[in-house]
Design a protein around this ligand. Structure first.
Ligand code: GLC
Length: 542
């Protein structure tokens, strides 16, 4: 029930990310699937009441990178179901008013994709140029110094044809050559295939990687120990990644992609959100397009990596708001399938504050499955680790945030009836699961439900302006969200100590992270407990 029809659904809505392997297993083989997602749609539309689900890849894949190595861009891996299951998922989601966003992986395919099998078969195969092939240097070394994000060189030598191919990630994920018009057309056709099946949007994997320096110059060496990524990346940090991604003509591709998405009917606007790990705001903002004609949104990961204190968060939101081109819509992310779990970064009380922050800032929030329960980063024993990144570069494994969703306290956590799920269950699943938390009014899940319910009906939170209240105590982050008809104050105390905040006017609490405080009247001074956050409305008659 969006209250402002002048905004498209992806402005007012909340996106929920599902990692299909880990959400719900309907076949009893220990791996989640699309049938399992269908069985849980009521959880999304009723228990949580989110607006859209984003499915990480479910395409045919040898699973070298758990589905981000796609062997066919227009089909479903039998592990997850088939196209008929997918169509049913879309239909059932739409019946409940839920949008469906699918992952689109344009930078690379699997090395098992028929295109690459042809491409590597001989130098004169018509698909040779669909991937990035280069001759060795005279001494036999790779053509340049580019590195794979997942460790080692970004080039693998193909003995049979005597050339190297480029892979920005695993060698099982060769990079497609987006400068070849036939590749563009084939990939745009793949998008049309899913648009025609009714999907409402795409999350575009490593969107800033698809265009590289056409001269293939060496990356400069990095004089500082910190990389240009957001976390230590080992050997990858030894270079400044100037030439292996984000070449200027990338913006032409996104303009073209946007034109295609925009040909779909106005009454059901489709959207694109790009995975873009750029932390230079000006560079990042360019992906909206000079005339807002590229991606609807580049994901904003800054909150994910920000220091967890009021000053850092105030600064970050100010920077974002200042960087947005006129008319561009912001968004925030606090967890995903590549990052350590939110609850492990923020702690118990901090997770409640984080939930309130994510669901009250101006912009589209994306929630990661299980974060609404406070699922922790799991410690996966080395012999059970699955993620190829972690197996290549110890410490960078992502299995810990991908463990199965905890639905119940039964063996298998209600996720699977198989004796062994593909990744181990959390050790605290018997206490931390959907069934338990639904029954406990003080649970994190019920806080998310209250926040989501408020957001659904509050125009100030959906589309209202954002204004910082800068006279708040240093440890508190206090801001106003204001629409024509509503003004709300959000006050978040990031310290252990109680704090007192002077309000612009007396108010009434709508939601507190401390459940027993809801609906309390407040004068001009608001007292907050340590790590408490509240949302206030104006007192009646004010
Ligand atoms: C993106 C995905 C990640 C994947 C990588 C390579 O970063 O989020 O999971 O491993 O791309 O496709």
């Amino acid at each position: 029930m969006p209250s402002d029809t002048s905004h498209p659904w992806w402005h007012t809505g909340v996106i929920y990310q599902i990692y299909p392997r880990s959400f719900n297993d309907s076949t009893g083989n220990g791996v989640g699937d699309l049938g399992g997602v269908i069985d849980k749609l009521d959880y999304l539309s009723e228990t949580l009441d989110v607006d859209a689900l984003w499915l990480s890849p479910f395409y045919p894949s040898p699973m070298a990178d758990f589905g981000y190595d796609v062997a066919d861009f227009t089909d479903v891996h039998p592990l997850f179901g088939d196209l008929e299951t997918f169509d049913r998922l879309v239909a059932e989601a739409h019946t409940r008013g839920l949008k469906v966003i699918v992952d689109f992986v344009p930078n690379h395919s699997s090395d098992q994709h028929a295109w690459f099998v042809e491409s590597r078969s001989s130098r004169d195969n018509p698909r040779r140029d669909w991937y990035v092939w280069q001759n060795p240097r005279p001494d036999g070394d790779p053509p340049n110094n580019w590195l794979s994000v997942f460790g080692g060189p970004a080039w693998t030598f193909d003995e049979a044809t005597g050339q190297y191919y480029l892979h920005s990630f695993l060698k099982e994920q060769p990079d497609l050559n987006w400068r070849n018009p036939a590749v563009r057309e084939a990939m745009f056709d793949a998008m049309r295939f899913w648009l025609d099946r009714g999907v409402d949007g795409f999350r575009i994997d490593v969107a800033h990687f698809i265009m590289k320096d056409p001269m293939m110059r060496d990356n400069p060496l990095n004089p500082s120990p910190d990389g240009d990524f957001y976390k230590p990346m080992g050997e990858y940090d030894s270079q400044i990644h100037l030439y292996n991604k984000g070449h200027e003509d990338i913006h032409d591709v996104f303009r073209e992609l946007r034109r295609i998405v925009d040909t779909y009917p106005d009454e059901r606007p489709r959207m694109t959100v790009g995975e873009i790990h750029l932390f230079d705001w000006a560079e990042w903002a360019r992906y909206y397009g000079d005339d807002l004609d590229e991606l609807h949104m580049p994901f904003n990961f800054s909150l994910l990596h920000a220091d967890r204190n009021a000053a850092a968060l105030r600064r970050l939101v100010d920077q974002l708001e200042a960087a947005l081109p006129p008319g561009a819509w912001p968004n925030y992310v606090l967890g995903n399938h590549d990052e350590p779990r939110l609850a492990s970064r923020y702690g118990e009380a901090g997770s409640r504050l984080a939930a309130m922050l994510l669901l009250t800032l101006r912009g589209t929030p994306t929630l990661y499955y299980g974060d609404e329960l406070g699922m922790r980063q799991a410690d996966i024993p080395p012999d059970q680790q699955q993620d190829p990144w972690g197996r290549r570069v110890p410490g960078l494994g992502r299995d810990g945030c991908r463990t199965p969703m905890a639905w119940t306290d039964e063996p298998g956590a209600g996720f699977t009836t198989a004796p062994t799920p593909w990744l181990p269950l959390h050790d605290d699943y018997a206490a931390r699961n959907v069934t338990r938390q639904r029954q406990d009014p003080a649970s994190l899940l019920n806080l998310y439900r209250r926040l989501l319910a408020l957001r659904k009906t509050a125009p100030a939170l959906q589309t209202g302006a954002y204004r910082l209240l800068d006279d708040a105590p240093d440890d508190c982050y206090v801001f106003v969200r204001e629409s024509d008809t509503q003004r709300l104050v959000v006050a978040l105390n990031f310290s252990d100590a109680p704090q007192r905040i002077t309000l612009p006017s007396p108010g009434r609490l709508l939601v507190s992270t401390n459940p027993d405080r809801d609906e309390e009247a407040v004068g001009e001074t608001l007292a907050l407990d340590g790590h408490e956050g509240v949302i206030l409305t104006r007192a009646e008659g004010d």
